[in-house]
Design a protein around this ligand. Sequence first.
Ligand SMILES: Nc1ncnc2c1ncn2[C@@H]1O[C@H](COP(=O)(O)OP(=O)(O)OP(=O)(O)O)[C@@H](O)[C@H]1O
Ligand SMILES: [Mg+2]
Length: 268
Amino acid sequence: MTKTIAVVQRKGGVGKTTIAAHLAAGLAARGETVVIIDTDPQGDAARVLDMQPEDGLFNWLTGDRKNTSALDFIHPVSPEVYSTMDSPSRGSLYLLPSSSRTFAIPMLVQSPMALSERIAAELAPHVNRIIIDSAPTLSMFDASVYMAGDAFLYVTECEALSASGLRDGLAQLAQYGNHRQAFGLGLPSGVLGIVPNKMRPGTRNHRANIAMMAEEHGGLVWKPISQRTLWSESQNMGRLIWAYAPGSVEANEADEVVNQAQEVLNVV
Ligand SMILES: Nc1ncnc2c1ncn2[C@@H]1O[C@H](COP(=O)(O)OP(=O)(O)OP(=O)(O)O)[C@@H](O)[C@H]1O
Ligand SMILES: [Mg+2]
């Protein structure tokens, strides 16, 4: 069954887009057909995949539903961006881009069910996985994202404030879970995992905060990703870490995110 995974955390710059793009591309490299839907008006998913932000999401959701489909708005991502000749991609990755016009979607499309219904009708029959990148700010589009996600991946920094943001986010997810059931969408969406990002292993405070998260959220907390400049360097070059620095510690950390996602997805 096609699973939609939303990467969320209402805090800016924690690494949502970086991880959403690596998760989507990692699953594609391993043979799946994956679409990343950018729901952030910043349009950053396009930038990290060496493409341009576009009105794709806006045009799809507000346009003429009879004569268009999601397939008209997705673009293939070049395998050069995320894989190498030595380790070529075995699947395909597509982007449904966003732009500042995404802000206006809730003014024109009132139903928070529209995104989830249209994913089910137009994308799910054609792809294995859908990854949603989300905005850090509170927006009227949040409800659509929460209704569309089957599973949620939380990205958090290793600071105390991020940990409390995480608590709020999980409480919000539980609330939307009740709405999902009320709308007959089946099981409430679950937490796929929590990725502590930008960890400085030498920082005692970071180690303590991660230990606290593990105590609070148990096995949901994935292996932390270290703070290293190669992540932003590769982004500057329009490449994901596997294409920019194959075999690096960072590439192994990115692999670990994909491994952990696959492990959980195989059992849920
Ligand atoms: N582990 C890491 N180490 C160092 N830099 C990182 C790491 N992860 C992400 N970054 C960098 O942090 C910056 C913010 O990352 P990203 O855009 O993915 O965050 P975001 O949560 O999507 O931000 P926003 O909330 O604005 O959407 C980027 O420059 C990215 O390269
Ligand atoms: Mg982002």
